[in-house]
Design a protein around this ligand. Structure first.
Ligand code: NAP
Length: 252
């Protein structure tokens, strides 16, 4: 049974793996047996050290995901460096906070380009390869509570994460019969750089904590099990699903 969840011999590409949730996901996948291509603009020294420590290979592919045109080259580089690609995790993401009345086009584009546009074109680039090779693969998009809810002062983030969940479902519809699993993980409120401002705001911090049934912020390591499940054979018949890892937030 445990073999269902092993990733030995697999290569996983994780965007934004230098820190936060992406780092925890990359390490969990490596612990399950995968080699890791960590994609991002900041060198993921700590992540690569943790991957090596569990006996797996890890490489950094330097890329700025503001530019979605980089997607095919990123996939090609991962294949060239690690011999293939079996799993894509679209984790890199950014956020801008401002009242909708004051939101600028730059606040919009800078978030949507990374969170949605680059994620879609990475899905396309990897799926084109898998289809050409007549094989399947696993794609996991990192969604959000704001794939379900409106949020406040984060217009482009809500648009991008709602869009990412929609695209997850669309791609599952198009690709499930090809053996490509496209699913999403929706993290609740996790203690990372992404939520520093929220946690520093005493009132928002308290309001969020009071609403989480588990009564604590998520620890990035809390995501590891969901990521391994959706990356492994254990999820072969799971398509277009979103797995909330949220301490019960959505159940409230
Ligand atoms: P984080 O610590 O801020 O990490 C974000 C990652 O994305 C970093 O590796 C960052 O790289 C990378 N990134 C951002 N813009 C990029 C760009 N233009 N090109 C390449 N890489 C870029 O935040 P996190 O909380 O771990 O977030 C990871 C994902 O989870 C995001 O998609 C976020 O929206 C989502 N999420 C987080 C929470 C939460 O509570 N923390 C909840 C729901 C969803 P740099 O270090 O170089 O900036």
């Amino acid at each position: 049974m445990n073999d269902l969840f092993r990733l030995d011999g697999c290569v996983a590409l994780v965007t934004g793996a230098n820190t936060g949730l992406g780092q925890a996901i990359a390490i969990a996948l490596a612990q399950a047996g995968a080699d890791i291509a960590a994609v991002g603009r900041t060198a993921p020294h700590e992540t690569l050290a943790a991957i090596t420590a569990v006996g797996r290979r890890g490489v950094w592919i330097e890329a700025n995901l503001d530019d979605s045109k980089a997607a095919p080259a990123i996939i090609d580089t991962a294949v060239a460096q690690l011999g293939g690609i079996d799993i894509l995790i679209n984790n890199a993401g950014t956020i801008r906070r401002n009242d909708a009345l004051d939101f600028t086009e730059d606040d919009w584009d800078s978030v949507v380009d990374v969170n949605l546009k680059s994620a879609f074109f990475l899905c396309q680039a990897v799926a084109r390869r898998w289809v050409a090779e007549n094989r399947g693969g696993k794609i996991i998009n990192i969604a959000s509570m704001l794939s379900f809810q409106g949020g406040i002062r984060v217009a482009s983030y809500t648009a991008s994460k709602s869009g990412l969940l929609g695209i997850t479902r669309l791609l599952a519809n198009e690709w499930a019969a090809r053996g490509i699993n496209v699913n999403a993980i929706a993290p609740g409120y996790f203690a990372t750089n992404n939520t520093t401002a929220l946690r520093a705001d005493e009132m928002r911090n308290r309001a969020i904590l009071e609403r989480i049934p588990a009564a604590r912020w998520g620890d990035p390591a809390d995501l590891g099990g969901a990521a391994v499940f959706l990356a492994s054979r254990a999820s072969d018949y799971v398509h277009g699903a979103v797995l909330a890892v949220d301490g019960g937030w959505l159940a409230r």
